[in-house]
Design a binder for this molecule. Structure first.
Ligand code: 9D3
Length: 256
């Protein structure tokens, strides 16, 4: 996978490329990463990339000419790339989109700044528009990093060891089960016995139950959209019966 990022702040990406899973993926040549500075494509003496909006108003607009020249330069470097504009107006990024993007050979990310990019940077130059959520950032750079991080995790062999991408939260529609490491007792709180038992099947069941319970408590919306298997339905029914018993008991206690 080749990532090319167009930005007026290429320095923001140095530390990002240089750490953790991204760094290892680059070292292993699973991904190739580069940035192009949009400012380098401005023709004027001061290499200006923004200008005042026609029609007036506050804020600045990203000029179309340097940006178009930068996108065309990126195309030289990555001719088959899907070109993605990061913008608050884009479709909202999720795990499914991360998985889909990982199937491309090359991706170009266009990071907007200021109030937005000139409207004439359009369909010929951009293939897709993505937002990372409904909150206001100061530019597309952090959004590009979020997407590159999530996409890189989807590339086989980038996570070392086993295929953690398949086990990742959301891949199976559930939040992750609870995790514990040493010490066995921390501030009076012990690790659940099952996890110390060495009994692999019981541990797997415990983890499934933990994942189901956490999803129900924290993200019930995920459960509604998930295809539950028989085991998962049995666990939910068991809790439902337990809760019903508690409610029945309280109901009786109130009547007496
Ligand atoms: C005043 C109206 N604002 C729109 C919500 C203008 C505006 C604010 C911030 C326009 C652009 C930006 C910069 N943001 C991005 O470039 C951006 C972004 C974001 O702000 N949130 C979530 N995803 C993304 S992707 C790019």
């Amino acid at each position: 996978m080749k990532f090319v990022v167009l930005t007026i702040f290429p320095e923001m990406f140095g530390p990002f490329w240089d750490h953790g899973i991204i760094r290892r993926a680059i070292e292993q040549e699973k991904i190739f990463a580069s940035t192009l500075n949009i400012r380098d494509f401005a023709e004027d003496r001061h290499q200006v990339t923004d200008d005042r909006p026609y029609g007036g108003g506050s804020g600045m607009v990203m000029k179309p000419d340097p940006l178009a020249a930068a996108i065309r330069a990126a195309e030289q470097d990555a001719p088959s790339a899907k070109k993605i504009l990061l913008t608050p107006q884009g479709r909202v990024f999720n795990q499914k989109i991360a998985h889909k993007l990982a199937s491309y050979e090359e991706l170009v990310f266009v990071c907007g700044r200021y109030e937005g990019v000139d409207e004439r940077i359009d369909h010929d130059l951009i293939d897709d528009e993505i937002s990372i959520g409904d909150y206001v950032l100061t530019g597309g750079e952090l959004a590009a990093m979020v997407i590159i991080d999530a996409v890189t995790r989807q590339i086989p062999g980038t996570l070392g060891g086993e295929d953690a991408a398949a086990k990742d939260s959301f891949a199976n529609g559930l939040l992750e089960h609870a995790h514990y490491t040493r010490p066995q007792v921390f501030e009076g709180k012990a690790v659940p016995d099952t996890l110390l038992s060495g009994h692999h099947e019981e541990i797997e069941n415990w983890r499934l139950e933990s994942a189901l319970m956490r999803t129900l408590m924290k993200r019930a919306d995920l459960l509604r959209n998930k295809d539950l298997n028989e085991k998962e339905i049995e666990m939910l029914k068991k809790w439902s019966r337990n809760i019903q018993d508690i409610l029945n008991f309280h109901h009786k206690a109130h009547k007496e």
